[in-house]
Structures are given as C-alpha cells and as structure tokens.
Design a protein. Structure first.
Ligand code: LMR
Length: 395
C-alpha cells in the first residue's frame, strides 16, 4: 500500500535546525527558525518561567484532563492581555478563549471551524506570509488566495494590499498579522490599520488575526493595537494568540483561539462548537505550558519579572537591528539594508536573494530561510562583523 508514497523534502524552516547542527564551521551563525537567542546564542528558559515551574513542581496535585477549552484561568489571563484590561469586548461578554497546542493549534481550530461551520469561504493571506499558513488552511479544505504585501524593492506595499483586499468577495476570511509580520517584519501604521478596517467593514470580511509575537514589537499593549481596534469595531473576529515566543515556551505548545462574536449569546454558541472542534482534533490541550503562564500572570511578583525579561528581549532585538545596519556601513551597504532597522519583531525580510542565501550557507555557514528572512535574534555583537563581511562578499 505504501509503495506509491513519495518522499518529500522536509519543512523549509524546521529543516534549518538539523542542517545548522550538522555544519562544522566554527563561525557558523543560525538565523533560521524563530526562537529568541541571547548574546551567547542560547535560547534560555526565562527566569519567571523557571520560578513558575519550581512552584508547579511543588504545588501540582493532579495531571487530570483540563477540558477541551483548556484551563479557564489561562483564558482569563490571556483575554485581558490580548484585548486590554477593561476592554468593552470583555465587558460585553463577547469574547471566548479556547486553549490550543500553540498558535499553530489555534490556527487549525480556526480553519476547521471555518471549513465546517462557515462553508464556502476562501481565505486571503499576505504574500509573503508564514509558510505554515499556506499549509494549514488548504489542509482544512479552505481555498487560499493572496494579497500583496511587499514590493519589488522590498518595501511594504500597502497600496497593493489595500487595492486587492477591496476586491475580496464579500464574507470571505482575511488573515492578518497583528504585529511583527512573519516573515517580513513590516508592520502597518495605526492609520493604515484604520483603512484596512474600513475595507473589512465594507466587504463584511471575517478577520483571523495571527498574534504570535505579542510583546516583541513595541510592547504588550502597543502590539495589540490592531487586535483591539478590530475587536472593538467589528461583530466577529478570530485571534490566534501564542505564548511560545513571549514566554519562551516553544516546546510546551501553549496558545489559544480567541473568538469575538456579536453578543454574549452568539459567543456561547460558537464556544460550544469550538469545544467539539478541539475534541475532534486532540481532545484536550497540553497543560504544562498554560500552568506556567497561570503561575506567572497570577503572581504580581512573577508577572513583573516576566515583563522585565520580555522588555529586555525586545530591546535587545531592536538594538541589534540598528547595529546590523551600522556594521554594514564600512561596506557601503547600510542604505541597501536599512529596512532591517525599521522592521519589527523577530524577523527581517533582508532582501537577500535565494542565491545569496545559498552562498551565505555554503561559504560562510550562515543559515536563514531562502526567502531572505533572517531571525534578528540570531545576530550578536560577536557575529555582526562576520555577518557584514559575508553579506558584502555575496553582494
Ligand atoms: C518561525 O517562523 O520560524 C517560527 O514560527 C517557527 C515555525 O514553526 O515555523
């Protein structure tokens, strides 16, 4: 039966982990998969997370199932973080959180719900987008379309984006990145978000907002601007939230799907369906990651430590962005790559071509996605001179 199954290449992003490990170049640099790295190139466990885990080890009394919506305390902590303390959406009881295995799990819940409960809708994603978006929605049976996002000069193509979303069929789904756009790092301004909102209203689109990097752009509240604008202005919105990055608990698979409905009654209806979608996928989400988040956010002391660490990570990335451009100055390449200093979040669409990326890997042991996406957190004061020299060599 299996004789007809063909071997396919591995995932382009996750495959970089293995390729990097195998490389024996002592100067190798990993700018591939989106995990935070400290100055030593390690992806550490955050101090607040370690403390929360110590408390869990001491106090945990059961490993019983936590239910298809997950631990209610997790939703109660994440909803105000995403929608804002005192949010009118929360006060109206219009929002529900269903815990999921990471942001990817939340996207799959959204996709399965849309396919089975709102049939016939296509989804529109930015071009480019996180490659897994291109897998998840078609895997659920949803037709996928693209709207432009960057132009040939590697700049945000807002006019192109707006022009295309004005043509999206009424009632279709639009996938938006709340902040720290993956893979480009180009985010919309507040003014641009308002224009997008107007088109969404005109065409009655259902936004699915991918919010995987809350806290990595400008700050926890600042990064939530678009999410809150859309949730407060529209009857229906879906938000996929993740704690993988801002808690550094990538392998604990901790996220949730937030559904905002027109009123409390409709929210409860959708929520009841979402429990079934979750049950049919994986039954119950894993509990360890959400327990860490709960221990942290329900303790004023630990929450403060966590916020401080998140600020340190964000500031470090933003400093490295500017330092990268500085390092390219001696080669006359600072203007060419200036976009890196302006982009936000973990990633930069550098403008390096696939051929240049291949040369960086083969000749210098520098690993990034072939689209030219670099994980900025992989830069360090030690490797920037080497990176700059290598980039100059392939230019
Ligand atoms: C990335 O884009 O590198 C991360 O979101 C990790 C992943 O799963 O692709």
């Amino acid at each position: 039966m299996f004789e007809h199954i063909e071997r396919v290449p591995g995932d382009a992003i996750l495959g970089l982990i293995e390729a990097f490990k195998k490389d024996t170049n002592p100067q190798k640099v990993d700018l591939g998969v989106g995990v935070y790295k400290d100055a030593q190139g390690n992806t550490p466990v955050m101090r607040a997370v370690k403390e929360a885990e110590a408390l869990l080890l001491k106090n945990e009394t059961t490993k019983a199932y936590i239910g298809s919506h997950g631990d209610p305390r997790y939703g109660q902590a994440i909803l105000p973080m995403v929608l804002g303390e005192g949010s009118p959406v929360l006060e109206a009881g219009r929002a529900s959180a269903t815990q999921s295995p990471g942001g990817t799990g939340a996207l799959r819940l959204a996709a399965d719900f849309i396919k089975s409960r709102l049939p016939g809708k296509g989804i529109w994603v930015s071009d480019p987008t996180w490659p897994n978006h291109l897998g998840i929605f078609p895997a659920a049976g949803i037709e996928l379309h693209k709207y432009p996002y960057v132009d040939a000069e590697n700049r945000l193509d807002f006019d192109g984006m707006l022009a295309t979303i004005k043509t999206i069929p009424h009632g279709d789904v639009i996938l938006l990145h709340a902040c720290c756009h993956n893979p480009t790092g180009f985010d919309l301004s507040r003014e641009q978000w308002k224009q997008v909102l107007e088109v969404i209203q005109e065409r009655n689109l259902l936004p699915v907002i991918d919010f995987a990097y809350q806290g990595f752009g400008e700050g926890l509240d600042e990064d939530a601007y678009a999410v809150r604008l859309l949730a407060e202005s529209l009857d229906e919105v879906m938000i996929t939230s993740s704690c993988s990055k801002n808690f550094g608990i990538y392998n604990e698979r901790t996220g949730c799907l937030i559904v905002v409905a027109k009123d409390h009654e409709q929210m409860e209806n959708v929520r009841s369906q979402m429990a079934i979608v979750a049950r049919e996928n994986y039954s119950n989400p894993p509990a360890h990651g959400s327990s860490i988040v709960i221990e942290t956010l329900y303790s004023a002391e630990l929450a403060a430590v966590w916020r401080e660490e998140l600020t340190e990570m964000r500031d470090r990335i933003n400093t490295l962005r500017r330092d990268f451009v500085e390092a390219l100055k001696p080669y006359g390449l600072d203007q060419k790559y200036h976009c890196v200093a302006e982009q936000r979040g973990m990633f930069s669409y550098t403008g390096l071509t696939p051929d240049q990326v291949d040369r960086l890997r083969d000749e210098f042991g520098i690993y990034m996605v072939r689209s030219g996406r670099a994980n900025v957190a992989g830069f360090s004061q030690e490797n920037l001179p080497y990176l700059a020299k290598a980039i100059a060599a392939v230019n």
